[in-house]
Design a protein around this ligand. Structure first.
Ligand code: HEC
Length: 120
């Protein structure tokens, strides 16, 4: 019974809040998932890990950031397998967000706009 409850809780936890429930490295804040050490080793030399963890996006987005850093910021080239590990980790642990932005405020929640035309 206890085991059943624990398993259920685990399943629910994983199903509802994978990003929040995910274990993080206390030093860098990186979500612990396959490839995280490779990312830590390659992505914190020039800037904070926070710059990585506060971003999110598709594999293509992460690849374009890496190419930009390689072209403009002196990021070294990765062998194919390392690049694969990094892209796999980033696009999974920090993949595209859906609905991360709050909805816009409605007119009655906004301060008065002195420039608003009467027709609006
Ligand atoms: C050789 C230095 C260097 C390394 C190593 C490096 N970066 Fe960067 N990265 C930069 C610089 C410089 C910037 C721009 C910082 C700024 O805007 O203050 C940057 C910016 C970023 C940004 C923010 C981009 C934006 O839209 O503003 C992200 C995300 C990022 N890096 C991720 C990574 C990842 C992931 C790795 C590992 C694959 C990595 N970085 C490794 C130099 C590096």
């Amino acid at each position: 019974m206890i085991i059943r409850t624990a398993v259920l809780g685990l399943l629910l936890g994983l199903a509802t809040a994978p990003a929040l429930a995910a274990e993080q490295d206390p030093q860098t804040g990186f979500i612990i998932a396959p490839g995280w050490e490779t990312v830590r080793n390659n992505c914190t030399a020039c800037h904070s890990s926070k710059l990585v963890t506060q971003n999110s996006g598709s594999r293509q987005h992460w690849l374009s950031l890496i190419r930009w850093m390689q072209e403009k910021q002196g990021l070294w080239t990765f062998d194919a397998q390392t690049e694969e590990t990094i892209l796999g980790y980033l696009s999974t642990a920090y993949g595209p967000k859906t609905g991360a932005r709050r909805p816009p405020l409605t007119a009655d929640q906004l301060p008065d706009n002195p420039y608003r035309q009467p027709s609006n």
